[in-house]
Write a protein that binds this ligand. Structure first.
Ligand code: ZN
Length: 218
């Protein structure tokens, strides 16, 4: 019924999460109705986003032009808490809870020996560099905290899976091998991320409770 080019755009838009055929067709038709100026502006902004958005050199969350992300630059956030997540979108989900005031580490991938994905294929080396720096600062008395002996808390927020367990086991082993155990504690959220979730509908209250009720795992 509709010209093929509209159907093609509709099909592409449908590949985005939470966009069904109806809404993707509506977006396609809306784009068609835009003035040339509006359309050019849209294309320009999409290109700009694609070219300028990079990953934070510290935590691998989304950033711009290879600079540190807003979260890493926010000095009001505790340097003694790093929440470990798989994807950048998981950060957005947790930020919505408004209950977490530490830093993040996005791993991009989890260790998966069956798929030949090992620690070096993930962002774990980046995490270990950060841990080493913080442990050095704690040792040198450069970090102040409310507890008499400051320690770094690594909070795992991963969807339960074999790969999540393998990743956690690797981090735990590395911390022991490096002699950081005295200064690093591991915990996980009372409830992991659901297998399928939509950032927009993730229940904030459940997340808040899950952060407050986190469980020590070492
Ligand atoms: Zn960052």
């Amino acid at each position: 019924m509709l010209p093929e080019s509209i159907t093609s755009v509709t099909d592409i838009l449908m590949r985005f999460p939470a966009v069904g055929r109806r809404s993707s067709q509506r977006i396609a038709l809306q784009i068609l109705e835009q003035s040339d100026t509006e359309f050019d502006h849209l294309i320009e902004q999409l290109q700009k986003m694609k070219q300028s958005v990079t990953f934070c050199p510290t935590c691998s969350f989304f950033s711009q032009n290879n600079l540190e992300c807003d979260i890493c630059r926010d000095h009001s956030r505790s340097v003694l808490q790093i929440c470990i997540l798989e994807k950048g979108t998981d950060v957005i989900a947790l930020e919505k809870s408004l209950s977490y005031h530490g830093r993040y580490q996005v791993l991009s991938r989890l260790i998966s020996p069956l798929d030949n994905i090992f620690a070096d294929n993930t962002n774990l080396p980046q995490l270990f560099t950060r841990i080493e720096n913080i442990v050095d600062k704690i040792r040198q008395g450069q970090v102040t905290s409310r507890s008499p002996l400051p320690y770094l808390e690594l909070i795992f927020f991963l969807q339960p899976s074999f790969n999540a367990e393998a990743t956690l086991a690797y981090v735990r082993e590395k911390i022991q091998d490096k002699g950081w155990s005295e200064f690093v504690r591991l915990s996980k959220l009372a409830q992991g991320l659901p297998s399928f979730y939509n950032v927009d509908t993730l229940d904030q209250e459940t997340l808040s409770k899950s952060i407050e009720g986190r469980i020590a795992i070492s």
